[in-house]
Design a protein around this ligand. Sequence first.
Ligand code: MN
Ligand code: MN
Length: 315
Amino acid sequence: MADDFFTPVSGFDLPRFAGVPSFMRLPQLNMDHPRLGEVEIGLIGVPWDAGTTNRPGPRHGPRQIRDMSTMIRAQNDATGVRPFETANCADLGDVGPNPADLEDSLERITAFYEKIRSHEIKPLTAGGDHLCSLPILRGLAKFGPLGMIHFDSHTDLFHSYFGGRLYTHGTPFRRAVEEGLLDPTRVIQIGIRGTAYDNEDRDFADAVGIRVIPIREYFARGFADVMAEAREVVGPSPTYVSYDIDFVDPAFAPGTGTPEVGGPNSFEALEVVRAMQGLNIVGADLVEVSPPFDTSGGTAYLGASIMFELLCTMV
Ligand code: MN
Ligand code: MN
């Protein structure tokens, strides 16, 4: 049962278009707030896109997702879950990166998530580009490697870029496996598609035992069957969920840096999250929303809606 202090502002007390936006209109707490220890699920922004290799912009994601998330109401349409009554949820603000220094930013983000873990708060993060997930995992995976369900057009398993850059949004899960943050035999990547330079990432996945579901297999089997396999792959052990908005077809989510056509619609984008109910989810992120390419705000609204579904599976 959630404490009243952690109840979002109701649209009946203040219309949803009014007020200073926080994630889902939750109270905003900084990291030395006296009630921080009571938070069970913390919504966090990582406004950082130093890992982007093509079209930049996700550094602006958290602010636009906060704005669009004020449209979210308290009750889940599909499942009836009322997450804000079940768990103490709060907006814990943004992790400030160092815009001039990538490695220092990695350390700052890791330190923030170590603090989150030490308070036993489950983080639900809005990125940021996909490199954000690496320092988050470094902060969370202190007691052994995690499993992961990963929705994306891309595996993000490449070794490097331009002959040596080890940290980009194409490499986070390669590093995470190398560093022992993820158990590759408990990782499944869903929705993979698009033109490629080569098969380096897929060869790595095969070598370490990561299960990859390419988009043609996803559509041939249907999302329910694929998600049943995902549940088997991660099992009951601690699992992280990483959701790249480019998993969704760019007709529904055009506001992202590396779109790939031929993907799921926004209905399936929510259904795959609902199919994770009951898993041992220790944290989740929604990354790669890029407001400069999101002129209608529709991609950020979809991102906020996916975050609400993630929240409903985490409570
Ligand atoms: Mn990605
Ligand atoms: Mn991607």
